[in-house]
Ligand binder design. Sequence first.
Ligand code: UD1
Length: 420
Amino acid sequence: MDRFSVSKLTSPLSGEVEISGAKNAVLAVMAATLLSDGVSEITNVPHLKDMKTMSDVLRVIGCHVDGESHTLRIDTRGVNHLEAPYELVKTMRASFYVLGPLVARFGRCRVSLPGGCAWGPRPVDLHLKGLEALGATITVTHGYVEASCDTRLKGGVFHFPVSSVGATVNVLMAATLAEGSSVLHNAAIEPEIDALVDYLTDMGAKIQGRGTRTLTIEGVPELKPGKGETIPDRIEAGSFLAGAAITRGKVKVTRVNPEHIGAVLDFFHDIGCEVTTGSDWAEVDARGRELHSTSVTTLPFPGFPTDLQAPAMAVLTTVPGISIIQDTVYHDRFTHIAELKRLGADIHLKGDTAHIHGGKPLSGAEVMASDLRASLALVIAGFVAEGETIIDRIYHLDRGYENFEQKMAQLGANVIRLQG
Ligand code: UD1
């Protein structure tokens, strides 16, 4: 398993970095291609492990997936196996996205339940209840979800009791091919949902309410293959800006949509960084600044994203005073605390709330990445920890950050990959 070696930086992160396409947006769109018969195209696709896993899922189903550079072409004409196996779904939960499109287009499918993840159970009950509201019959046996319907799903009304990105993706995709109209209340409004609505609309889907919590879908008998460009990765952008803040540097992220990271930019502003934005860039300048403690609560969009909770915590370990972070989206997403403590951070966790007694000196140690965003938190903490930090299990980080070492090198940080 590869590891990273990171040493304390001699000068803060500085410079400009171009942000890649959003992996979470691509994953939904890749599944959506199953709603049509033909060759779909997606551009600005990042080169990441998750894209490969989703390609493998689609190949098992019978699709031909190829492409060059950052363009992906998915040919669904060979679909012949309506099943997503455990081996793939367990490595990436978003594989579960094929459930909605397959049952909507073929009237049946069998998809493995994803199981838990490092920080908690992560249920899929709302995906299933939403599909049932569209007339699907769902059974769960031997760890697999079997979904079926007569000839087509039927339009229905579903109210998501909590805002769920994944469940909205699955049920929305299914509703596009249902007979009649569907209304989804309390749908997620993350930018990745808007991106999916745009792609589905390009395929011929009839969806109203984009960007709002009520989506109305007029089902159509068939969709055509789509073509679309992936939106920028707002979490990658926030991660590099966290690198600027923790090292008291200055980083400009380009090819981003600042509207997607409003709450994140507010956080950097609140702790005392200078934040500047343009139409497609954002910059955080923390040079020579005394940063101050704050309180952060993660929430569904447009709130502060749970995916940047761990990087924000790393930043706050370097800020004098007591900061508070509450994760209301994933109450248990705190496995990084034990690792940050190994670097000397003083953090106390009670329920879903962490108290960070910041400003204590950090010292390099061997630590273990427990998930994608926790890995990033450990890398940037390593930039300010005395000596060397070795981060194990960086395969997590490889799932979500394209050309990570090169991008960090561009900003002046030497992240060394130790292979083995
Ligand atoms: C997606 C993102 C992930 C991000 C998360 C929250 C992808 C591939 N992943 O994950 O990076 O951290 O959104 O922004 O886009 N819930 C249920 N039942 C369900 C589904 C969800 O109770 O059937 C709950 C979850 O436990 C959680 C909340 O809803 O408390 C939000 O989860 P959800 O938005 O579904 O997260 P994901 O789509 O899995």
